[in-house]
Design a protein around this ligand. Structure first.
Ligand code: HEM
Ligand SMILES: *[C@@H]1O[C@H](CO)[C@@H](O)[C@H](O)[C@H]1NC(C)=O
Ligand SMILES: *[C@@H]1O[C@H](CO)[C@@H](O)[C@H](O)[C@H]1NC(C)=O
Ligand SMILES: *[C@@H]1O[C@H](CO)[C@@H](O)[C@H](O)[C@H]1NC(C)=O
Ligand SMILES: *[C@@H]1O[C@H](CO)[C@@H](O)[C@H](O)[C@H]1NC(C)=O
Ligand SMILES: CC(=O)N[C@H]1CO[C@H](CO)[C@@H](O)[C@@H]1O
Length: 326
């Protein structure tokens, strides 16, 4: 190596040092020294419990999405309301589940290494482990997120897409988070697992435009079936419906087949067919292998997991995930 090259390398190292110290980054194995067993504790707990309660997997990946879309992935979704109304109490969160589950993981991790592992990383890792436990892809999760101290209902209401969202609203809300149309399609693919309450889509069955009509973009046979066997009235807010009937516990490409058949439960699912880019992304995914979908899905979730993260000295490591440290 010539001395000029050596100098150049030295200079680059120097720059890297400055950048590195002023703005900490997420990194794989962030807890390798400070809490080497953390990832394993989380993975074992998730794997063990999802065997008996597979519906938890869906709850956890959805929680990660709701967390990241409001103030970044900072576990703000876990905070209880105090003087203000927390995200938890916003309409989209009425149906978010798994809070106790995260609390139980947190206490195991705290017992191993107190005050080290953030609630935000626990959600992110548990979401990945849930996808794995339902037969989906594994990916390495960069860690080092810190927990936020603010949770606000109005922000959740404004930033998390609603089941009634049309294409342009979805594009805007995902765009606001630095996510593109490909990410929108891939992340929506998580609807291959889990369930919905009738109330999240019953407008499409009973009163779509206020004339006691049905959404023409929902397959009419399927609508009839839902009204006969599942969602018998517009006031039913307790019955749940599988989003991928027959395989709600397996992570696969079915969601996209369902959407193409116009059997996605939400207007937001149907909206993916109203734009040429998202529509062709769906057909391409279906033409490709499941391995291809897995790799692409993992990339998009990893990207989502980087939204507006707090690192270094920002935020805090909460002691209890539901409350900020005093
Ligand atoms: C594109 C915008 C999206 C909208 C409008 C949307 C909306 C919804 C709604 C309304 C439910 C049913 C809630 C209920 O009634 O119980 C639901 C469930 C679910 N969503 Fe989404 N979602 C979107 C994107 C996502 C993303 C990005 C993910 C994760 C990567 C995700 C994962 C899930 C999962 C796994 C469930 C099932 C939850 C369970 O079984 O408890 N969704 N979603
Ligand atoms: C947070 O709220 C839940 C539900 O209201 C409650 O069960 C839990 O004890 C609260 N957690 C803390 C740490 O205050
Ligand atoms: C999509 O929904 C938004 C919000 O409800 C509305 O303002 C907008 O006009 C709709 N766009 C289209 C193309 O229908
Ligand atoms: C249907 O929607 C219209 C307009 O929003 C409303 O006035 C009416 O009460 C609704 N009917 C039912 C049965 O919910
Ligand atoms: C549905 O939920 C609303 C509040 O969101 C409640 O007032 C109503 O009683 C519920 N209906 C049923 C049938 O449980
Ligand atoms: C889990 C959770 O905190 N759910 C809350 C969602 O918001 C409603 C009020 O809008 C609360 O009653 C729920 O407890």
């Amino acid at each position: 190596m010539g001395s000029q090259n050596q100098l150049r390398v030295l200079f680059l190292c120097f720059i890297a040092l400055i950048v590195g110290s002023s703005q900490a980054q997420l990194q794989e194995g962030f807890y390798a020294k400070s809490c080497p067993k953390a990832e394993k504790i989380i993975q074992d707990f998730v794997t063990q419990h999802i065997r008996n309660a597979p519906s938890l997997a869906a709850a956890l990946i959805r929680m990660h999405f709701h967390d990241c879309f409001v103030r970044g992935c900072d576990a703000s979704v876990l905070l209880n309301s105090t003087t203000n109304q927390a995200e938890k109490n916003a309409p989209p969160n009425l149906t978010v589940r798994g809070f106790d589950f995260i609390d139980r993981i947190k206490s195991l991790v705290e017992a191993e290494c107190p005050g080290v592992v953030s609630c935000a990383d626990i959600i992110t890792l548990a979401a990945r482990d849930s996808v794995v436990a339902t037969g989906g892809p594994f990916w390495n999760v960069p860690t080092g997120r810190r927990d936020g101290t603010v949770s606000n209902l109005v922000e959740a209401r404004n930033q998390i897409p609603a089941p009634t969202s049309n294409f342009s609203t979805l594009q805007t809300l995902f765009g606001n988070q630095g996510l593109d149309l490909k990410d929108l399609v891939l992340l929506s693919g998580a609807h291959t697992i889990g369930v919905s309450h009738c109330s999240s889509f019953s407008n499409r069955l009973f009163n779509f435009t206020g004339k006691l009509d049905q959404d023409p973009n929902l397959d009419s046979e399927y609508a009839k079936n839902l009204k006969t066997f599942k969602c018998k009235s517009i006031n039913d807010n307790t019955t749940i419906v599988e989003m991928d009937p027959g395989s709600r516990k397996t992570f696969d490409l079915d969601y996209y087949r369902i959407v193409l058949k116009r059997r996605g439960l939400f207007q937001s699912d149907a909206a993916l067919l109203t734009n040429s880019v998202t529509k062709s992304t769906i057909t391409q995914l279906l033409e490709g292998s499941v391995e291809n979908f897995f790799a692409e899905f993992a990339k998009s979730v990893e990207k989502m997991g980087r939204i507006n993260v707090k690192t270094g000295t920002q935020g805090e490591i909460r002691k209890h995930c539901a409350v900020v440290n005093s």
